[in-house]
Design a protein around this ligand. Sequence first.
Ligand code: DOR
Length: 449
Amino acid sequence: MDSKKYDLIIRTDKAYLSSATNPKDITVRSCDIGIKSGKIVEIKDQLDPATADKFYDATGKQVLPGLIDSQVHFRDPGSPQKEDFGSGSKGAILGGVTAVFDMPNTKPNTSTVERFNEKRETVAKKTFCDFALFAGATNDNSKELPEIENLPGCCGIKIFMGSSTGDLLVSEDQYLANVLRAGKKMISVHCEDEATLEARKSIAIEKANPIAHPEWRNEESALKATQRIVSLAREAGRRIHTLHITTKQEMEFLKDCKDIATVEILPQHLYFHAPDCYEQLGSLAQMNPPIRGIEHQEALKQALIDGIVDVVASDHAPHTLEEKSRTYPECPSGLVGVQTIVPLMLNFVNQGLLNLEKLCLLMSVNPAQIFKAKGKGGIFIGQDADFTIVDINKKQTVSNKDIASRAGWSPYDGHEFTGWPVATIIRGVFAMENGQALVEPGFGQPLQF
Ligand code: DOR
């Protein structure tokens, strides 16, 4: 059989290429990218379109490395009314996301070797995008964690220091220290101090309104947990990734902790602020840690500009509208977001908060490096042929009817964003083009670490 030299050539006048020796070094170039067997094999000024099975002209668009959402909750197994890996990952590809890292607060929790393997096998059959899974830390599984973290598809460990959705919780120093000393992979931490949350819960019950959410789960509860885990991580000599940081005080603290801790923020904390979000959206704006006042939003933006922030992720945490309509604080916390993170971040690019090079760092190069994902993170020869192709000028309004999540809503319903993905390419295959999903469930593969 006559086989062509390339499976795909992408012609571009703006490709965001990484240096192979330092992927954080990104340059914008006009070039042709040659792809064979799912890998980037050539980057040249011009390649002959006749040498490829498929030729895609991306001139006029921006060709970014495959954008990764390194914090999603796809609820698989256990809560199919909210989401499963099929609906969640379909939202991902439609939104320009090529790979997701899924959280372990499922039913049952992903906290044993057996459950981890079972989850990977089950979700692999449903997924539209590439994926990795977190192992959940508990008070008594630290002996098993080194084995779990080495299973195929495991990106690392997740610790909940404060109670959120589900029952995963490691709140006391002795157990946290056990987890930090077990194994080697990255540990991602939800930093809210459980004792402080418990002591203040009456505020939420008395006010019975989500507007009280940032008062219950206050700034001190976040800062205290972040300071505790950094101190324990230093003692154990184990790097940590602090998830969804929300306060000015934590940023002030974390800027001097780069030796031990990387920092994630969420775009919803940059876009919404209290009290307005609760007045407009009620419990649809309720999440943990909470959306806070505008001074914190401004501090997060400044931290992004100053390079304190390493990663942006969605924390896609779907709940049904019925669940969300329960009286606060009985209504669950979490926002739908995997499908809108890329347009929302592109909208911030258009507003001048960051440039596209920085977005490539925050959602591709940095998550791949922090978690040591093989073949992902940045465009250079030898990498997986993952691309998020965007039209930075395209305007479109988010609508609940377009949301693939089973939850069926978006906090951005009716909001117009400028900058949208037009194609999602995973290992050389078009998973999405012009808003249409083009791959079948089961196309996605577990990442290697
Ligand atoms: O708001 C949240 N929802 N924060 C979390 O930490 C968990 C998530 C969920 O799983 O619903």
